[in-house]
Design a protein around this ligand. Sequence first.
Ligand code: ZN
Ligand code: ZN
Length: 412
Amino acid sequence: MVAASILNSPHLKNVRLDLRSLHPQVITWRRQIHQYPELGFEETLTAQFIAEKLESWGIDYQANIAKTGIVATIQGDRQRDRPGKVLAIRADMDALPIQEQNDLDYRSQHPGKMHACGHDGHVAIALGTACYLASHRHTFNGTVKIIFQPAEEGPGGAKPMIEAGVLQNPQVDAIIGLHLWQQLPLGTVGVRSGPLMAAVETFRCTVLGRGGHGAIPQQTVDSIVVATQIVNALQTIVARNIDPIDSAVVTVGEFHAGTACNVIADTARLSGTIRYFNPKYADYFHPRLEQLIAGVCGMHGATYDLSYEKFYPPVINDETIADLVRQIAQTVVTETSLPNNLVTPHCQTMGGEDMSYFLQEVPGCYFFLGSANADRGLTFAHHHPQFNIDETALALGMEIFIQCVEKILTGV
Ligand SMILES: [Zn+2]
Ligand SMILES: [Zn+2]
């Protein structure tokens, strides 16, 4: 059903024939993975599926890295006498705790779990790339490592994979990766050097006041009054402390206090998230937040409990590699008949990604591959129960990855 239409799709004019022929299979793999979504560090069926495919193509791999991660190694033999460089391609594998609401024949068979971020597509693109490279080893020199990473949605599989040594033996020189992206239409690729995605930090704060009768405030320390002033004070961090040239967000997402209209609340609980691009703020927000909370509490005779957690650092792309990916993406999308065939640098987001840990270790580029298609109703955002992608993007992703392999490893 998919085969003929995809093979002859005018949208894929700049995708080589071998990949267009592989595309229907890649779609089948994506749908198979989509049917059996697994949460972070539980991706055993997905890992098994990947391992079986790699084995059938004679590709060396190591499994069970950081629980369910897999690293495949494909050696090129264009110039046997030269060891060549090592390029890594990263694909995340995990799904989300969401009940799918799509009416598809390949919808999720695991209740309460869904590939609602497109990681099923990432695995399929990476497998397609591996399959192609294994049968075209003569086209590149050096080594390609394909990293299938668990638990991107949390608690994070990139860091434990790096700690397990996936960037060594052989040492990775550069890394690339992509995210299928519903904020961009099919045919558009988002590539930029420097910061692409934000650092993610979170906090929880309990304001400890002294409760009492709603009509006798003079005997209490009203935790709600104190906590509301904290919420306001926190707004000054972005407005008054951060360089206006830099972007940052402080969001208080939870505020819980009180039990009755005539009772002054003993405690109030707040939680929130902090996002920023510039790594110079890595040690800034926690102490500044605490200073403001302590100041406001001190002013009113309240105390507080604060817990602060740093999740992912910002995703920062290398200029040279991002330039190369931009040129490649431009070639791939130009001359497609898609109405939005362009490469845009306007794709920064305050969302977070643990691809950042890889990019802290080696230079590379993470980019966004447009997958929305309004004509087909494929416009639901990531993490929505009706999220779905235009699978034409899978072929574009493979072509970009393979050209990166050919150009980065062959030094073209
Ligand atoms: Zn996600
Ligand atoms: Zn994602």
